[in-house]
Design a protein around this ligand. Structure first.
Ligand code: HMG
Length: 399
């Protein structure tokens, strides 16, 4: 249906969107024997087929810079006044990863750079904060980059829900892809469903609790959205949920529809959700970037979306959720990179289980003050590399 954005005096939203991911992938059928599982458990039970795996010299910064580079290569660096890096797998407890990205993609010094954290949710907060900056001064552009590597303990039930990826978005006035509605709904509840203490590289998780916490939080965010003047659930054309595994989006959509008394036929479910799950099914959980991979997947795989109202349902364990909506702008197709995006996913090098396990065991965090990552095996092939650590300082370079 053709809809009008519920906007302030000036439309604000997503003007460009691009992604990067790990240079490697593993098919979940390849890890199933080690975990004693039938591959159907992953393909059907979790709705996951593959996971992206980073090369030894790739990390959240190199992926973020690779995604952001596509945006500045097209739009230039002019008028970008802010970079917000959303992540829960940051590489430093003090310095913002945004500062490294700022340098790698060649932004001028008159830019503010900052990092944000709240599990998988913070990219949505970044999008809202970016929109506020632009609404205050419509001449300014904000670069939002969400980037994460999802790591759980090997051989745990959560291992098949790992993944890696980054999505960069340019937030501007008069956006050419998605004009964001002003109403949005938010929800916070202190809950220990997933967390990663400072001393660990892998997250800790209460898997079953996390599923019910996710659904309750998104439902709460929708109720708040409605109370703030957002449209009825039935007036939203498509849904892009946070996807720790794609079946999670279906679980949430089914439960919320049932709670609202909405009949969800298989055809309607296919229409509302399926196109937003294609990329995540191949990438795995990319934490902060996941809901926005959902948006990219929808934009790239369904034609003629102009005028449709899209919901982003964002959830970050711990927990915070937000439901926001936007309307697809006429002519948005000119801003997409659909063929290039499909080629990036296809070109990842496929791993066998043995090589993948060996790569997962290398955590460079353990290497202390000095390491030469670039000298190791299984390097990435993106435009930027993490060369290693010198005197405790991480070194990045264009490849
Ligand atoms: P598990 O123990 O593998 O779960 O853990 P399971 O045994 O219940 O199996 C999963 C599904 O596979 C079930 O389907 C089975 O029936 C089915 P369901 O009943 O749920 O619809 N199944 C099969 N289907 C077909 N053929 C078969 C077969 N066998 C079984 N042969 C769990 C799964 C997701 C809990 C685990 O992987 C995990 O802990 N993952 C990490 C946590 C997570 O992803 N939570 C999601 C919500 S929280 C969130 O999204 C936030 C997060 O992204 C972090 C952040 O915010 O930062 C995680």
């Amino acid at each position: 249906m053709t809809q009008m954005a519920l906007q302030g005096p000036i439309p604000v939203g997503i003007d460009d969107i691009a992604f990067a991911t790990g240079s490697y992938r593993i098919d979940l059928a390849s890890i199933a024997p080690r975990l004693g599982a039938d591959p159907a458990k992953y393909y059907k039970g979790l709705g996951q087929e593959q996971m992206s795996v980073v090369g030894a010299d790739e990390d959240p910064v190199t992926m973020a810079a690779a995604a952001a580079k596509k945006i500045v290569d097209r739009a230039g660096v002019e008028d970008i006044r802010t970079v917000i890096f959303a992540t829960e797998t940051g590489i430093d407890q003090s310095k913002a990863a945004a500062v490294y990205v700022h340098e790698l993609i060649g932004l001028p010094s008159n830019v503010r750079s900052v990092e944000m954290k709240q599990a998988c949710y913070s990219a949505t907060a970044a999008l809202q904060f970016a929109s506020a900056v632009v609404a205050r001064n419509p001449e300014e552009k904000v670069l939002v980059v969400a980037s994460d590597i999802a790591r759980y303990d090997m051989n745990s039930a959560a291992e098949p829900t790992q993944g890696a990826g980054s999505v960069a978005m340019l937030v501007t006035a008069n956006p050419r892809i998605l004009a964001l509605d002003v109403p949005s709904g938010v929800f916070t509840k202190d809950i220990m469903d997933f967390w990663r203490p400072n001393y660990r590289s892998q997250a800790l998780v209460e898997g079953k609790l996390s599923i019910s916490a996710y659904i309750d939080a998104v439902q709460g965010a929708y109720e708040d959205y409605r109370s703030r003047g957002g449209v009825d659930f039935t007036e939203i054309d498509r849904f892009c949920y946070h996807q720790p595994f794609t079946k999670m989006a279906y679980k949430a959509h089914r439960m919320i529809s049932a709670n609202l008394g909405i009949e969800l036929t298989p055809e309607k479910e296919q229409h509302d959700l399926a196109p937003s799950t294609a990329y995540n099914r191949l990438i795995g959980n990319s934490y902060t970037a996941s809901a926005y991979f959902g948006l990219l997947s929808l934009l790239d795989t369904v034609p003629n979306l102009t005028g449709e109202r899209i919901a982003i349902a964002s959830y970050g364990s711990g927990s915070v959720a937000e439901l926001l909506t936007g309307v697809v702008v006429e002519g948005y197709e000119a801003q997409l990179r659909s063929e290039e995006n499909a080629a990036v996913l296809e070109s990842r090098t496929e791993l066998d289980d043995e090589t993948y396990c060996a790569m997962q065991q290398v955590t460079h965090e353990d290497q202390g003050e000095y390491s030469n990552v670039e000298a190791g095996a299984n390097l990435g092939n993106g435009p930027f590399s993490w060369k290693g650590v010198e005197g405790g300082k991480r070194i990045y370079a264009a490849r």
